[in-house]
Design a protein around this ligand. Structure first.
Ligand code: ADP
Ligand code: MG
Length: 688
């Protein structure tokens, strides 16, 4: 007997070859196959008399074949099979290209159902390559709403469709009901069996909607339960309880007053630190919103409590910048600050390590070097990681493992819509810096095409002659990528620019360089020793070059909106008027519409929302970055309302049964645990 975990080879028509093709799509077992949902649907449920069909419409007609199909070879590699069909209302000509088997498969005088697009009208009416089914086989691929699946080489729609049909018949009844009865009733969701049947083979569009709603809810509910359970386990972890500090004494020393949002974020984090449980908090804020100051305030609080803080940056150059900035905020108090990176000399490294172990350092700022195995901390109380998405979850936990459960603050400059953040960072509490420090200037943004090149070069020349610096960003080019010719590689573009501007100092930095080389080029740019820096997105993260006044992005269509917004945030950080020019020759309204959003708004959260809407969460986060399981039906952007309901239902259930230990919650618990496992695989993969 077939069970859900039975291999798909069990099914008729699926042998070794097809099974391997299915595996490429992630389908191994019958359960996988049933969860392999259609990408879209074709409405083949509408029949029309031939005479009533319209040019361009896709429709089913039931008609008799009026003459014997004729095969003709137009030239090598092009064969046609043609015949005429008739019903009571009219006639049409059917043509198949390169499907010579149709000649013998379709018989004069018999009636078939054809589904396809009607071309022409009147006596010129025809169909090209329609789906065809004998009248008595009707209901297989015509006469209904037909699912369309994602395919790979070695599989066609019929293979998948027939596999799913067999799978549903064999073990549809075994699909476990993982939603608790109460939730299902409250949300008015259909049973699992119905949902799986109708997501694949919807009886009609209403049934499809009912099925979809249930499956989306289910998926988000499982995700919310998984994250909620994880958070629940965390919250109970005991942490170092800090004694309250008088933060005003810190704020008073600043040359400016903190924004309301900065105060709020610090207060939220402080209440974690005073709570006796471990802090796991994400501070999210657009570029320039002043995250560093939030970190400084908390480091100050930890220092007042005699605890050491570790601040981890993704690159050497950022570590250096943070060292400078944080020293400015904290050194006047006598906070002992050190910097530890890969390039720290051996002798100094030994000395810093000894000081850390002895508890003689209050703040250490560095890169990955901070959590190498031989670094010990005497009194680590707070770990802060900047630009969170650059670090894998594993790296974060390596550092956390260093002390006795230090508090953790993660800072991210990738704005995420609030509802989404709540669920995505279910394992973290979230503070949002939704207010910019005063006096920040708008970066004027324009989207242009190649015809603008000469003017753009003139603009670069003018700004450089005024002493400003210029960023030029090209898309990352992977070696194995098959890319269109016109794509600019950073190195070649740098060469071209140097030729165009012999009087300027053009430098290039890209991902294939060694970290040391990269840092050297970046440092020269920061120091003002080069005028134009051409790079791949390695500069995406928070480098501060106040003198940079222009950001040019080549092939802008290749970037996500949030990414472009991040890039734009590299300029306009000083007192100079700044610009961002997005160069793209890509045709199409969609590209224009996307780039237009950037030209119109500077609000990172708004842009993130649009980005999410346009690209879907998979691309938005990149599975590497989020470590989140891939969603099958749910669209984290579009299904925000269901997401919220699922989140609420999950929290309610977890409040009742935090470990999902009750017998009736067992099927759910299994799914939740599976999600973790898959998630974990993904994370470790991303970290390689
Ligand atoms: P990000 O959030 O991108 O990391 P930073 O922490 O680098 O932003 O801050 C950006 C700039 O704004 C810095 O030059 C910082 O000194 C300044 N800044 C931060 N907070 C304030 C404030 N409350 N008032 C004025 N300037 C501020
Ligand atoms: Mg920053």
């Amino acid at each position: 007997m077939a069970e859900l975990q039975t291999d798909i080879r069990y099914l008729k028509g699926i042998g070794e070859k097809k099974a391997q093709a299915f595996q490429k799509l992630g389908v191994f077992t019958l359960r996988d196959l049933l969860s392999f949902f259609p990408r879209r649907y074709e409405d083949r449920s509408v029949y029309k008399p031939i005479a009533l069909t319209q040019d361009g419409e896709s429709v089913c007609v039931r008609a008799m074949v009026a003459d014997t199909p004729r095969l003709s070879r137009i030239r090598r590699g092009l064969e046609l099979v043609k015949f005429r069909i008739v019903d009571e209302s009219g006639m049409a000509d059917v043509t198949y290209f390169n499907q010579s088997y149709r000649k013998d498969g379709i018989h004069k005088g018999e009636t078939y159902v054809f589904y396809g697009k009607i071309e022409g009208s009147g006596v010129r009416r025809g169909m090209v390559n329609p789906v065809c089914e004998r009248e008595d086989a009707e209901g297989g691929v015509t006469g209904r709403i037909v699912p369309v699946y994602r395919l790979c080489a070695g599989l066609n729609q019929r293979n998948v469709l027939q596999g799913v049909r067999q799978g549903l018949d064999a073990c549809g009844e075994q699909l476990p009901e993982i939603l608790p009865e109460a939730v299902r009733r409250q949300e008015q969701l259909c049973p699992a069996r119905y949902a799986y049947e109708n997501i694949h083979f919807p009886a009609d569009f209403q049934a499809l909607e009912i099925a979809r709603r249930r499956l989306i809810f289910e998926e988000l509910f499982v995700l919310a339960c998984a994250l909620g359970k994880m958070r629940g386990e965390r919250v109970r972890e005991q942490g170092i309880r800090l004694k309250p500090v008088e933060l005003e004494r810190f704020w008073e020393t600043l040359p400016f007053s903190p924004t309301g949002a900065q105060r709020r974020a610090v207060d939220e984090a402080l209440s974690d630190l005073y709570s006796g449980s471990v802090m796991n908090r994400l501070v999210q804020g657009d570029v320039g919103s002043g995250k560093t100051l939030v970190a400084a305030a908390l480091i100050w609080a930890a220092w007042q409590n005699g605890l050491c803080s570790a601040f981890m940056a993704p690159t050497e150059i950022l570590a250096q910048q943070h060292y400078t900035t944080l020293s400015g905020f904290l050194a006047p108090f006598g906070v002992r600050i050190r910097k530890l990176t890969g390039s720290t000399g051996a002798k100094e490294k030994r000395e810093i390590k000894a000081a850390l172990a002895a508890g003689e350092v209050d703040l250490v700022i560095g890169t990955h070097a901070l959590f190498s195995a031989d670094v010990e901390y005497g009194n680590l109380g707070l770990v802060i990681t900047d630009e969170q998405h650059r670090f894998g979850v594993g790296q974060r936990s390596a550092l956390i493992g260093k002390g006795q459960r230090p508090h953790v603050l993660v800072m991210s400059a990738t704005p995420i819509p609030r509802t989404l953040a709540l669920i995505l960072y279910g394992d973290l509490d979230v503070s949002i810096l939704d207010e910019m420090p005063p006096g920040r200037q708008k970066v004027d943004t324009f989207a242009v095409n190649e015809s603008y090149r000469a003017r753009l070069n003139g603009f670069i020349r003018k700004l450089a002659s005024e002493g400003r610096q210029i960023f030029v960003v090209c898309p990352m080019v992977e070696e194995n990528d098959e890319l269109p010719q016109e794509l600019k590689s950073a190195e070649e573009h740098a060469k071209a620019l140097q030729e165009a501007f012999p009087e300027l100092r053009v430098a290039c930095v890209h991902g294939k360089m060694k970290p040391k080389e990269k840092d050297a080029v970046m440092a020269a740019f920061v120091a003002g020793e080069t005028d134009v820096l051409v790079s791949t997105t390695v500069i995406e993260v928070g480098v501060d070059v106040p003198n940079a006044a222009l950001m040019v992005v080549e092939n802008a269509e290749r970037f996500g909106l949030s990414q472009l917004h991040q890039l734009r945030g590299r300029v306009g950080r000083g007192r100079h008027k700044s610009w961002c020019i997005l160069v793209s020759d890509a045709e199409g309204d969609e590209v224009r519409a996307r780039l237009d959003i950037l030209c119109k708004t500077g609000d990172g959260f708004k842009i993130a929302e649009e980005d999410l809407r346009l690209r879907g969460p998979g691309d938005f986060f990149g599975s590497r970055q989020s470590g989140l399981p891939e969603m099958h039906v749910a669209d984290l952007g579009a299904d925000a309302q269901i997401l919220q309901r699922a989140q609420q239902a999950a929290l309610k259930l977890l409040a009742d049964d935090p470990a999902l230990a009750r017998p009736e919650n067992r099927p759910l618990r299994e799914r939740v645990d599976q999600l973790f496992q898959r998630g974990a695989e993904k994370i470790s993969e991303a970290e390689l």
